[in-house]
Design a protein around this ligand. Structure first.
Ligand code: NAD
Ligand code: DAU
Length: 369
């Protein structure tokens, strides 16, 4: 197969590109990425010279370029990850999110439609796989604020409800509204034109190469430099965390075995309150730096809550396990240890992405705190 992976220079995309390039030498993988602040080719240094890998610097909104690439390279499959992905940025600048996440997805869909419909075999053997998020489902209640041990959870659950695939969309942030809109376009292309589409909705990812504006890498770096840790609100919000390589494995499974027009939820059954994650990060980082475990607890700084902050996300991924046999391979404790170690050992990567433009943005974003 000849496959376009969009957003391959970003956090999750780089893990997906790496997995496909290494596991499928018979495929040709085209990484299409605009290289925004979140895209970094250093994330793919180890595979950049592989014969089955090509980087194409392009904006997904640029229909002509995407269409020409599809024609030239006889593209059979698209795994679409490119997006603006940070909720706080979407609150400040929703237009960029509508442009890339909605119009960019539409441009990818339309290019695939026109190219595939021009072929004698049409949509036969083709696949448009759209990567979405659990945030489109809205927020769940904290009906068990103290946490409840559960058979299906590696850790605790904090409520009775979970997001299943048939749950109503109820996005709250401009980011999740833009992702919801793109999901609707993808399904509309199946229903209207018969395009073979798949959508998956995944929970919070963590692991190497995540841009340090997101909770986990931001806080590891701040602990290292003994900077304040800005916990939004009371730190009571709950997220369901999945190691990024397990997400990439799920994408591989679903791209190859998933049923057309289906939706699959991907999650770790691994719910944590933000404040508890922060304590784990402090203990782990302190230990790995040779400090006394927990000595940096006083860096915790409660700040004004995120506007419209969703209280709890919890994915029910049993359909994916039941139908395609996927489940997470890593326990959270193991994944966090690998992750903290990676950021501490890759300070050059961190210094690179936190310099220049990013730093200016960051100063602006947090100037009131
Ligand atoms: P990221 O911000 O780390 O990377 C996004 C990538 O897309 C970057 O390489 C960027 O350069 C590229 N990009 C942005 N705009 C582009 C454009 N107009 N044209 C071409 N490339 C462009 O994001 P991520 O965290 O890796 O998320 C990837 C996808 O997975 C997104 O669609 C996101 O909604 C989804 N998702 C993320 C998570 C998570 O926890 N990070 C969870 C579930 C779903
Ligand atoms: O659920 C999937 C989503 O997870 C993805 O679709 C998004 O692309 C991804 O960014 C992530 O969204 P979140 O908003 O949950 O992730 P973030 O790392 O920004 O925040 C995690 C939690 O930590 C959230 O409740 C807000 C809180 N937080 C975050 C930051 C950056 C803080 O308390 N302080 C912070 O400085």
């Amino acid at each position: 197969m000849n496959i376009i992976i969009t957003g391959g220079a970003g956090f999750i995309g780089s893990h997906v590109v790496r997995l496909f390039v290494e596991k499928y030498p018979q495929y040709k993988i085209f990484n299409v990425d605009k290289l925004t602040y979140a895209g970094n080719l250093a994330n793919l240094k180890d595979i950049e010279n592989k014969p089955n890998y090509t980087f194409v610097k392009a904006d997904i909104c640029d229909f002509d370029t995407i269409y020409a690439l599809m024609q030239r390279e006889h593209i059979d499959g698209i795994i679409h990850l490119a997006a603006e992905s940070h909720v706080d940025r979407s609150i400040k600048d929703p237009f960029t999110f509508a442009r890339t996440n909605v119009m960019g997805t539409l441009s990818m869909l339309q290019a695939a439609k026109l190219y595939w419909e021009s072929l004698p075999e049409g949509y036969e053997g083709k696949r448009f796989y759209h990567i979405s998020t659990d945030e489109v489902y809205g927020a769940l209640e904290l009906t068990h604020p103290e946490g409840l041990h559960s058979d299906i959870s590696a850790h605790e659950v904090y409520g009775d409800e979970f997001f299943t695939e048939d749950r109503k969309y109820q996005p709250h942030s401009p980011y999740s509204a833009s992702k919801a809109s793109s999901d609707h376009f993808v399904r509309a292309f199946h229903d209207t034109y018969g395009m073979p589409t798949i959508v998956t909705n995944c929970s919070n990812n963590y692991g190497p190469y995540q841009f340090p504006e997101k909770l986990i890498p931001l806080f590891i770096n701040n602990i290292r430099h003994r900077r304040p840790l800005p916990v939004y609100g009371k730190g009571e919000n709950v997220r369901d965390w999945l190691y990024v390589v397990d997400h990439a494995r799920a994408i591989d499974t679903i791209f190859h075995k998933g049923a057309i027009a289906e939706t699959y939820n991907i999650g770790g059954f691994n719910e944590w309150k933000n404040i508890d994650i922060v304590k784990v990060l402090i203990n782990t980082t302190d230990r790995l730096l040779g400090r006394k475990e927990g000595e940096d607890m006083d860096l915790i700084t409660y700040v004004t809550d995120r506007a419209g902050h969703d209280l709890r996300y919890a994915i029910d991924s049993r359909k994916l396990k039941r139908e395609l046999g996927w489940e997470p391979s890593l326990q959270f404790e193991e994944g966090i240890e690998i992750t903290v170690r990676w950021y501490l050992e890759n300070q050059a990567w961190m210094d690179n992405v936190t310099s220049g433009d990013y730093q200016r943005y960051y100063d602006e974003m947090y100037k009131d705190r």
